[in-house]
Every structure is written in C-alpha cells, then in structure tokens.
Design a protein around this ligand. Structure first.
Ligand SMILES: [Zn+2]
Length: 265
C-alpha cells in the first residue's frame, strides 16, 4: 500500500472523472491521498472532495495553504480562513507554502511574508509543513532555521534542488518528497545522482498530479494528465536509481508518511 502525499485533485482537469481517478488509485494500491490546497478556495475545495468521497475512499486528507505564486493574495481575512480550516478534521498539514524565486509571480517580499504566516500557523497548530521551493534555497533555509525548533515537521515537496541544498534540508531534519521528476531522463539527471543520499526513512512519494506525468510509463495517458494511480512509476523510478527493492521502499515510505501526518495506522 502506498501514500501519495501531493495530489492537486481540485484541479479542473479532474472535474469530469474524479470518481474514476479515485477508483483507479484504490485499484493501484494507494491507501491514502494528501490533497494539496494552494489557496483558501482550493483548500476548501479539497476538503469538500474528502467529504464527498468519505465512504468510497476514507483515506483522503488535505494540506491547506496559499502557494508562493499566490502569496500576493495573503490578507488578514484569508489568513483567518486558513486558521479556521486548520482545525478541520481532514486537515493534516499546512501548505503548500515556501518560496519560488524562479517565477516570482508574487514578489519575494510578499512570498516571505506569506511563508512566515504559514510557519506561524504550523507552530500554532503543531502541524507539519508541506513546503515548496524553487531557486530560493538559501533564503528558505534561513527562514526555516530561525523557527526550526518550534516546527514539528516539514517536507520539501517535489524536491528538485542540488546536492548541497539536499544536505542542508536533511541537516534540518526535514523530509523529502519525490515526484515523477526522478523518472525524467533529462530534467531528472541531477536528482538521480543524489537521491541515494536521502535516508530511506526521510523519503516520501508523491505524484503532484495532474502535473509531472512519469516519463518512464510504457503507455502514457493520451491526455498527458498525471494521476495518483501512476504513483507506482515514481516508486519504480526511485528503486531503479537507488538500487533498492521496491517492496522495501514502499513499506518504508508508507510508514514514514503515516508517522509524519500523524495517522493512527
Ligand atoms: Zn510545489
């Protein structure tokens, strides 16, 4: 059984067939999905998905936050909304939050302000952080460091950084989320070289669906859309480059996610 710790299931590309997508995830041995909330609206939408599918798929939970791209939308009212949502039974993490200086769709200042507010929320509710970072590692590390003692846990989702950055995140006792990026023979080269440095019990699996469809799939979906059922391709991509057994990675990453998100089993 696997846990996909990052799925954008409220994305409009799932509108038409979300039921079948969830069914296929179940058939593919996915026992839990952590649905990513990237704004107040999307956070509410992913909670609604959990509620709707509670009997069919009781394993869905959410991470709630405002994506760094949308940091400019942070306001007292949507911060209050996030604080209220954090008490919801389905919410198990704060994020997606962090810094993205690759495509500064919000200014660096706006992103830092939003990131700081999310960190404070995670501390207040004693919840782990679901973190995004692109081309902003030094600042992200600096900000996390000053709060690290009070943050219970954090995962750098869809890690695509270099070796030095990886070691700094690991030194801070953070977890690392790996997506289908590892299956990409071009963009994934650096990650393939350094992934062996991640202790297996600090690693978790994610599809980041509908994005990042694994390139090692024998038959790629016609619409090019990624979905949680494809998580096994991420798993086999990791097993190939780490030269470890698939079962061992599956068992360990699932146990790690259970502990990380505070599930009772
Ligand atoms: Zn992200």
């Amino acid at each position: 059984m696997l846990i996909d710790i990052g799925v954008n299931l409220s994305n409009s590309r799932f509108d038409k067939d979300i039921e079948q997508v969830i069914e296929r995830a179940q058939t593919a041995g996915i026992e839990r999905l952590i649905l990513t909330g990237t704004s107040v609206e999307e956070s509410r939408a992913v909670i609604a998905i959990c509620e709707k599918f509670e009997s069919q798929f009781p394993g869905s939970r959410t991470s709630n936050g405002i994506h760094p791209h949308d940091a400019k939308t942070l306001s007292p009212s949507n911060l209050a909304a996030l604080r209220e949502l954090a008490t919801h039974q389905y919410v198990v993490a704060i994020g997606e939050t962090g810094l993205d200086f690759h495509r500064t769709l919000s200014t660096e200042k706006q992103q830092e302000k939003s990131f700081e507010a999310h960190i404070e929320l995670a501390i207040e509710f004693n919840m782990p952080l679901f973190l995004h970072e692109r081309d902003a590692a030094p600042r992200q590390i600096q900000m996390l460091q000053s709060y690290r003692d009070n943050i219970c846990n954090g995962v750098i989702h869809c890690f695509t950084g270099d070796k030095k950055t990886l070691f700094r995140y690991l030194d801070m006792d953070l977890h690392i989320g790996i997506t289908g990026w590892i299956c990409d023979e071009r963009r994934g080269q650096e990650l393939q070289k350094i992934i062996k440095n991640i202790p297996l019990d600090r690693l978790m699996l994610e599809t980041d669906a509908p994005y990042l469809t694994p390139r090692n799939m024998p038959a790629k979906p016609k619409n090019g859309r990624n979905e949680p059922a494809f998580l096994a391709h991420v798993l086999s991509g990791i097993a190939a480059v780490r030269a470890e057994h698939i079962d061992e990675i599956a068992t360990t990453t699932t146990a790690t996610a259970i502990k990380f998100f505070g599930f009772t089993k």
